[in-house]
Design a protein around this ligand. Structure first.
Ligand code: ZN
Length: 233
């Protein structure tokens, strides 16, 4: 069983609870779609965990910011403040790991990116079906898994050229800072049906939000980043 996670954002409590819940369900391979750091108080611990447990870890925009690779004026004030904090907090080992991440991963059945399959390095968003349809030429596989918006969802897209198989872009939501009104960590698990098709399931995981919030406040990060964890918004 494949577990897919994204947007951990330095939230170790959410990440550990998600790995534990996945292991219980039978996940034996993990893929992470990026944004391991930024916002939360445990960037290095989260990098260590995903480096150890995930077979693939992609590059996200907050990972790019954390290694000093991005102009922070693109971020809102709290995100920029958190990025500055994360730049200072990152160990050389974490910096090394994050700076070596790919933008894209592909198997015979699925494509994996942080934001969009077309130009993943541009950090564009897929927020609705129209955005998703515009990405149809960016991948040839039946499924494309994305993160970045922190809102889980399934968007149908046109079949690939020369094929009539239906396809979808699936947003796996966020482990460490969900924004769909449900504060529980979000992940996707994929199993193969007897017919060889992929069965995709969203799983929500309750975790110790209070500890993650306390660490954010104690680290001197903006308090709004702690408050929003309680409401998933
Ligand atoms: Zn993110």
């Amino acid at each position: 069983m494949l577990g897919i996670i994204s947007d951990i954002h330095g939230n170790l409590e959410a990440l550990d609870a998600t790995f534990a819940a996945g292991a219980k369900l039978g996940v034996d391979e993990w893929i992470c779609l990026g944004d391991v750091v930024g916002y939360g108080a445990n960037p290095n611990e989260c990098v260590q965990r995903v480096a150890l447990l995930c077979s693939v870890v992609l590059f996200g925009n907050h990972d790019e910011a954390a290694i000093g690779g991005m102009d922070l004026s693109w971020f809102n004030p709290w995100a920029a403040e958190a990025a500055q904090w994360t730049i200072k907090a990152l160990t050389p080992e974490s910096w090394e790991f994050l700076s070596d991440r790919p933008y894209r991963h592909e198997t015979s059945s699925a494509t994996f990116v942080h934001g969009t399959p077309i130009e993943p390095e541009a950090w564009n968003y897929i927020l609705d079906e129209r955005d998703a349809r515009a990405q149809a030429t960016g991948f040839m596989t039946p499924l494309c898994f994305v993160g970045h918006s922190h809102v889980p969802g399934i968007f149908p897209v046109d079949p690939a050229q020369g094929n009539d198989e239906p396809r979808s872009i699936i947003n796996v939501g966020s482990v460490g800072q969900p924004r769909d009104g449900d504060p529980r960590a979000c992940m996707v698990v994929v199993t193969e049906t007897e017919e060889g098709a992929a069965s995709v399931r969203f799983v929500r995981v309750a975790y110790d939000v209070g500890t993650a919030q306390r660490k954010i406040v104690e680290a001197g990060l903006p308090e709004v980043l702690a408050r929003r964890l309680a409401v998933g918004g």
